[in-house]
Design a protein around this ligand. Structure first.
Ligand code: GLP
Length: 242
């Protein structure tokens, strides 16, 4: 595990975008696992900027998103589907057929949908580069702390902490979906390379706990310490308790 401390959010965003660009230069048909949340927004902005300058070509890139709320339509402004198109896909030359997001409102056979998602990732050759944020409780994707973690894509009941944290994007906490679909920890760990981004002082405590040398399902991100090729990219504030 390598930890890189950047001077601020902008630097962290540029640094991580450069790694994504390098990955795509090396392998134009890279399979990239993407995350939502406020943390990777700066990286997406930088990738769009570099794309507009002609420095990166997404035409062969395949993406798989980590997670999605259940019960929100893809055009709901808080759905991760909407987030990804609005903040990234609509601004680059990615092919729509190469974009994959789990779930969707029409998903009634949820177990089947979960299995299909994992199969699709496998068929695509597995994830070359996985982008991750981290929840204040140590969740990755929507793999919430608990006595056990799931390896495969699955349906999860969101913890009260996550519902509260994510309510900042909704008009009222009652509007936050209680369930979500997420890639499992196994799917994340199978990625060939992982970039975990965290910024701001409110992430400092969980970063310390997650990368302290102890592994526990109560802090799902701590499992990442076992990955062979993980880069943790922090700004100074998020690194301040290390
Ligand atoms: C959400 C997402 C995660 C994300 C996390 C942190 O609940 N499911 O994938 O990493 O919260 O979000 P933020 O970057 O806004 O702090």
């Amino acid at each position: 595990m390598k930890i890189i401390i950047c001077k601020d959010y902008e630097h962290m965003s540029r640094f991580s975008a450069d790694i994504v660009i390098e990955q795509i230069r090396q392998k134009p048909d890279s399979v990239i696992g993407l995350a939502t949340g406020s943390t990777p927004l700066g990286m997406y902005k930088e990738l769009i900027r570099q794309y507009k300058k002609g420095r990166v070509d997404f035409s062969k890139v395949v993406t798989f998103n980590l997670d999605e709320y259940l019960g929100l339509s893809p055009d709901h402004p808080q759905s991760y589907h909407y987030f990804m198109f609005n903040n990234f896909f609509n601004h680059i030359n990615i092919k729509i057929e190469n974009v994959n997001l789990p779930g969707g409102i029409t998903a009634y056979n949820l177990d089947g949908v979960c299995r299909e998602y994992d199969e699709k990732i496998e068929k695509a050759g597995g994830i070359d580069l996985q982008i991750l944020g981290i929840g204040h409780n140590g969740h990755i994707g929507f793999n919430e702390p608990g006595k056990k973690l799931y390896t495969q894509t699955h349906i999860v009941s969101l913890s009260h902490e996550t519902i509260k944290a994510n309510s900042r994007f909704f008009d009222h906490i009652d509007e936050v979906p209680r369930k979500a679909i997420t890639m499992g920890v196994g799917g994340i760990m199978r990625a060939k390379k992982i970039l975990l981004l965290a910024s701001g002082k409110d992430k400092a405590a969980i970063i310390k706990k997650a990368f302290s040398g102890i592994i526990t399902t109560e802090i799902p991100a701590s499992l990442l310490q076992l990955h062979k090729d993980i880069l943790v990219i922090l700004d100074k504030e998020a690194a301040k308790e290390l």
